[in-house]
Unconditional design. Structure first.
Length: 134
């Protein structure tokens, strides 16, 4: 196991704050699970999760209009299944690196269920300077 003695582990984005009750829901669920919230607006440059019935189906890269089933996530409960998916993940041409969400899409395409846990208390995303004004 990558994380000694643990069968599952949590990966978080450094620009997201999630409340304690939601974190508890996420970490007590079965991997693979994403702590997510449904977006209310579409912002330039943000990739969103395309979902159906709270399951990851794909990635909507920088959508220009809001539609049902779009979520953002910054907390991922993972297990060892993620590691074989990483070398199968394309290198992002803009960043020159592999993105975790793309590795999760590889798993989805291989038939692995990637579920969403809705964030129930608070979720703050600090992608833009204006996000700190709230």
């Amino acid at each position: 196991s990558f994380v000694e003695g643990d069968e599952k582990f949590l990966v978080t984005s450094c620009d997201v704050i999630v409340g304690e009750r939601s974190l508890e829901r996420i970490i007590t669920s079965r991997p693979i699970n994403l702590g997510a919230y449904q977006v209310n607006d579409v912002r330039e440059g943000i990739d969103l999760l395309a979902t159906q019935d709270l399951r990851l189906k794909g990635l909507d890269e920088c959508p220009i209009e809001l539609r049902e089933g779009l979520f953002d996530a910054g907390v991922c409960l993972l297990d060892e299944r993620i590691f074989p998916a990483i070398p199968k993940t394309r290198i992002n041409p803009l960043r020159g690196e592999r993105k975790l969400i793309d590795s999760l899409i590889v798993l989805v395409n291989e038939g692995v269920n990637v579920n969403l846990s809705l964030v129930i208390d608070s979720y703050r995303h600090f992608t833009y300077k204006t996000d700190l004004d709230h």
